[in-house]
Design a protein around this ligand. Structure first.
Ligand code: LLP
Length: 418
């Protein structure tokens, strides 16, 4: 459920008219609903009930400081994949002790930075990384809290670009090698084993892949405990899908209940961490864009809008279908099938194909489910300026990222000397 609703013919974000917002900030822009983000976070937190758990929001989904700040205030932990994301979490008031550092290629600087801040865990993805972490920890007089991210070789049944849990993917340590790696880690004095992690992919709309992955991790927990290596925490990653058009993913409560059910045999000693990203911010954001031109024709009709693949890359990168709806409904215009395209000089700059819309030049359209992996994947391609991000809170709104200016775009570059 989200807080973007029509009042008469006009689309509102919570209590704010999007037409009025567009007049004030210009188009295109991202708009997020605070109430929706908070509702989604609480849905995850409550879903695990009394089972010891920590929700670690996946910062990569939407890393705007104000959004991280909202989540930090709720008590959220964070899942990060770079030193930059760690800096964001700290700047937003987040707690490093509730933050998990994932990623296959952490640099020495990033590892040292994370250890300095008192990070909750580093999810290790190779033997080389384990050795590097142990060495850096020893040099800094620290003991590094580590989990291995295990690749359980489970098919997430999602788009191949966002599947991570198969043997052929670069992520995690192979399931078959995990025991031996834990044995080696247990010998290192500068390392403390905290848990086991996995993340099998994103936009997963079924329960089975999550359950299969969990069963495999539990098999490892038992094998490790039999050797005297105690595991305190399971980090099950993120990946729960959302509805873009007609998908029917499990609700957080159904997902959590299925996971907790499998953990019962371990009592409460296995703490859970989960790393939802998309399911918290995805449906809490829209991309609002203006219709520049209509180009009806054969075999296709094109609506040319002022947003593009530079602002929302998902349709191009993952064949993603985002729902596109009018900001003001036009009952007097006959609906037609349109391809919604942007101004970028690429045929792949298509935001939606064959959409039934009643539109006229100057109308505003809202591209839904754009709160996760939207703004963060934005670029300056074609020298387009990064667009504003607005957070609505009841009947007020805050600009949480300003529109980039041409001066800011050009500032980091230099001309050659005469
Ligand atoms: N944890 C780890 C280790 C991850 O790699 C990811 C996402 C998450 C958590 C959060 O997954 P989520 O709950 O958001 O599905 N750009 C793609 C998605 C890439 C996801 C990468 N990893 C998209 O727009 O669909």
């Amino acid at each position: 459920m989200d807080h973007f609703n029509y009042c008469d013919r006009e689309l509102y974000a919570e209590g704010v008219s999007l037409q009025e917002m567009a007049q004030s900030v210009g188009t295109p822009f991202y708009v997020y609903s605070r109430a929706t983000i908070e509702r989604h976070w609480h849905a995850f937190d409550q879903a695990f009930g009394r089972h010891p758990h920590q929700i670690c929001y996946a910062v990569k989904a939407n890393s705007n400081l104000a959004i991280l700040q909202l989540l930090a205030r709720l008590g959220s932990g964070f899942d990060i994949v770079s030193g930059g994301e760690l800096a964001r979490v700290l700047r937003a008031g987040g707690d490093a002790k509730k933050t998990i550092f994932s990623g296959v290629g952490k640099s020495s600087e990033e590892i040292a930075f994370a250890l300095e801040t008192g990070i909750h865990a580093l999810n290790i993805e190779s033997l080389s990384e384990l050795k590097r972490v142990a060495q850096i920890a020893a040099e800094h007089g620290k003991v590094a809290p580590v989990s291995f991210r295990v690749n359980p070789d489970v098919d997430a049944r999602t788009h191949p670009h966002i599947a991570t849990g198969l043997e052929e993917n670069k992520f995690g340590v192979p399931f078959k090698q995990a025991l031996e790696l834990y044995r080696q880690a247990a010998e290192l004095p500068a390392v403390k084993i905290t848990g086991i992690a996995c993340h099998i992919g994103s936009q997963i709309t079924q329960l089975e892949p999550h359950i299969d992955a969990l069963e495999r991790l539990l098999f490892l927990v038992r094998a490790l405990e039999a050797e005297g290596i105690k595991i305190d925490e399971l980090d099950l990653g993120g990946g729960l899908g959302i509805r873009y058009l007609d998908e029917t993913p499990p609700l957080p409560a159904q997902w959590a209940a299925a996971l907790v059910e499998r953990l019962k045999q371990f009592g409460e000693h296995l703490k859970l961490a989960v790393e939802p990203g998309r399911a918290i911010t995805g449906n809490a954001g829209l991309l609002v864009t203006k219709v520049e031109y209509l180009k009806p024709g054969s075999p296709k009709n094109f609506v040319i809008v002022d947003a593009s693949m530079a602002e929302l890359l998902r349709p191009m990168l993952y064949d993603a279908d985002h729902d596109i709806i009018p900001v003001i409904k036009q009952p007097d215009i006959a609906p037609q099938q349109w391809d919604v395209v942007g101004p970028v000089c690429e045929s792949t700059d298509t935001l939606g194909r064959s959409r039934e819309l009643s539109v006229a030049e100057g109308d505003l359209l809202a591209i839904r489910s754009a709160g996760a992996y939207g703004a963060v994947l934005g670029s300056n391609y074609n020298s387009r300026l990064m667009i504003p991000e607005i957070l609505v809170d009841g009947d007020r709104f805050h600009t949480i990222r300003h529109r980039q200016t041409l001066d800011q775009l050009l500032a980091p570059e230099s001309l050659l000397p005469e």
